[in-house]
Design a protein around this ligand. Structure first.
Ligand SMILES: NC(=O)C1=CN([C@@H]2O[C@H](COP(=O)(O)OP(=O)(O)OC[C@H]3O[C@@H](n4cnc5c(N)ncnc54)[C@H](O)[C@@H]3O)[C@@H](O)[C@H]2O)C=CC1
Ligand SMILES: CCCCC/C=C\C=C\C(=O)C/C=C\C/C=C\CCCC(=O)O
Length: 257
């Protein structure tokens, strides 16, 4: 799938992994609507991208993915400006065991909400042109992190939702591929502000920070490179791609009929 002329929507695009995804999609010829709840970071990133890629290639849309109304408005603005949506990257996420309901709301419920809204425009069965949806899960979507059970649950949920949607899409002919990316530790603000986000598991903060300090971490660009493969390789559907410092691996799961 070549990206020239393709239109992408990226949530949580203003910094970290979302920013790297946005920059790589732009480098490969796509136009990108950047959705983020952080207006200051989003607007200043838009200024940087305008200089690098031209004003017409991006839109920054201030949007909290917890709000159905704000996502709807962001999709309408994207369609009004660029005319179509081919790629959705559900990337916005938080790690906050204290505010665990908010963690479920952003990391899982919003992925479902945004996906269903995108289907209305992308689904070939209802007049759309198909495309690809890639969800940012985590290695915590494949195995447990004892310091953050709710974060772990949301990321397992994202992997399950992605794989089930891929199967539903194939069965019904949506023409949309669904994949999840499952990175290990990535150098971003999410990990640097971890200590005060563990709630009742804060007794594990010191141990967790020691592990983080000892481990080699991924750069955001390494994650974006793997995500680009899931976007462009049309053979990939229903995949969970684990990305670690020692390499990437397509995960296998039990099969049942
Ligand atoms: N940093 C890491 O080690 C890993 C991160 N991930 C996942 O990658 C994704 C991106 O995380 P990072 O770049 O590390 O974090 P980050 O904190 O650097 O960036 C997250 C972005 O999402 C935005 N955001 C948060 N809540 C939002 C909301 N309600 N509506 C719209 N935007 C919102 C933030 O404003 C921010 O720009 C998350 O889903 C995270 O769970 C997955 C594996 C490892
Ligand atoms: C191992 C405990 C580290 C705890 C880090 C806290 C939050 C991490 C959030 C993520 O989304 C990352 C998920 C899993 C990382 C787990 C292990 C990575 C170890 C590195 C490796 O072996 O590749």
């Amino acid at each position: 799938m070549a990206l020239n002329g393709k239109i992408a929507v990226v949530t949580g695009a203003a910094q970290g992994i979302g920013r790297a995804i946005t920059e790589l999609l732009l480098q490969n010829g796509a136009k990108v609507a950047l959705l983020d709840a952080n207006k200051t970071n989003g607007e200043s990133l838009k200024e940087v991208l305008d200089k690098l890629f031209g004003e017409q290639t991006t839109l920054f849309l201030h949007c909290n993915v917890e709000s159905e109304e704000q996502i709807k408005a962001a999709f309408q603005k994207t369609l009004g400006t660029f005319g179509r949506i081919d790629i959705l990257c559900n990337n916005a996420g938080i790690l906050n065991e204290e505010e665990w309901e908010k963690t479920i709301s952003i990391n899982l419920a919003a992925v479902v909400r945004t996906t269903y809204m995108a289907l209305e425009h992308m689904n070939k069965m209802t007049g759309g042109q198909g495309g690809v949806i890639v969800n940012t899960a985590s290695m915590a979507g494949l195995g447990p992190l004892k310091c953050c059970p709710v974060y772990t649950a949301t990321k397992h949920g994202v992997v399950g939702f992605t794989r089930a949607m891929a199967a539903a899409s194939t069965a019904a002919g949506y023409g949309i591929r669904f994949n999840a990316i499952c990175p290990g530790l990535v150098k971003t603000e999410m990990l640097s502000s971890l200590s005060n986000k563990l709630g009742q598991f804060s007794h594990l903060a010191e141990e967790t920070n020691t592990i983080i300090a000892d481990k080699k971490m991924l750069n955001v660009t390494e994650v974006a490179d793997c995500l680009l493969e899931l976007v462009t390789d049309e053979t990939k559907n229903g995949e969970a791609l684990q990305v670690r410092c020692n390499g990437k691996k397509y995960m296998t799961f039990p099969v049942f009929t």
